[in-house]
Design a protein around this ligand. Structure first.
Ligand SMILES: C[S@@+](CC[C@H](N)C(=O)[O-])C[C@H]1O[C@@H](n2cnc3c(N)ncnc32)[C@H](O)[C@@H]1O
Length: 267
């Protein structure tokens, strides 16, 4: 597989990169979760084994542990996997080769890098909430929507799109938690960034955009997909204090981690 690389810095609207603190933990998280994620996706992936050698794209595939687990899952007929991530990980030299190709570029460029109808299977595991722009929450939601549209283009007609995301539903207005969390975490003032990092915001100073489940359903529908299956993920257990603070300060009504949405293209 030969693809042209775009320059993420000059050719994407956000080009927000994770900070060093995040990079140091994501590799371990991905390593520990890879087999569990493959098991969760296996029902959707099983029919693809009958297609022979398939092409897979993992957006925000980080260190590549998930792709390695996928490669094992499809070992009978083989598969070609492309990982695109705008941060380079040390593992890429070791894992990269004929079957797993790593591209250091932004997800915003996938429509330029890959021809239409290229992939049988596309994953976006816990990456969309990182695709933030510096120009505000609304623009970030537009950016995410635009990338899902690009996914629809590079996915084959009978392909499968698998998203795993954290979802935040707001109090009063469904999108309020999403907007408030983005606004606070994208604040660049060093003192505030330090405070938010203290209260568990790993993206403090960079920004993070958790959409509500309803927003995801709208985006998926508007981008030409239909939902095949949803796994509701899990709740974070907050103590009484956190429930009060997160509810009152962040407008969070419902927060679920690792919600998985399996999508197919509308026909
Ligand atoms: C939370 S990690 C998820 C890693 C892995 N997919 C998993 O589920 O464990 C998010 C990844 O998205 C990548 N990322 C952030 N912004 C990106 C962008 N604009 N384009 C491509 N990758 C991006 C980060 O570098 C990071 O590796």
């Amino acid at each position: 597989m030969q693809y042209d690389k775009c320059d993420a810095k000059s050719d994407s609207r956000s080009a927000a990169h994770i900070n060093d603190y995040q990079k140091s933990i994501y590799e371990d998280v991905e390593k520990n979760m890879a087999d569990r994620l493959v098991a969760r996706y296996s029902e959707a992936m099983e029919p693809l084994k009958r297609k022979g050698k398939i092409k897979i794209l993992d957006i925000g595939g980080a260190s590549g542990f998930f792709s390695k687990a996928l490669h094992k899952y499809f070992s009978e007929n083989g598969c070609e996997i492309v990982v695109i991530d705008n941060t380079r990980y040390d593992t890429w030299d070791e894992f990269g080769g004929e079957t797993i190709k790593f591209i250091e570029d932004s997800a915003e460029n996938i429509g330029k890098i890959f021809p239409e109808n290229t992939f049988d299977l596309i994953f976006a595991n816990r990456v969309f909430h990182h695709l933030v722009t510096a120009t505000g929450w609304k623009d970030t939601v537009r950016n995410i929507t635009d990338i899902v549209k690009q996914v629809s283009k590079v996915l084959k007609g009978d392909g499968v799109f698998c998203v795993t995301e954290h979802c935040c539903d707001g109090i009063l207005f469904d999108a309020s938690a999403s907007a408030v969390i983005y606004t606070l975490t994208s604040c660049k003032l060093p003192l505030l960034a330090r405070i938010f990092r203290r209260i568990e915001a790993k993206s403090a100073g960079v920004g993070v955009c958790y959409l509500s489940k309803k927003m995801w359903m709208t985006i998926i529908d508007n981008c030409g997909f239909m939902v095949d299956k949803i796994y509701e993920g899990h709740k974070i257990s907050w103590n009484f204090m956190k429930r009060i603070v997160y509810g009152a300060l962040l407008f969070i009504r419902r927060h679920r981690m690792d919600v998985t949405i399996i999508c197919k293209k509308k026909r």
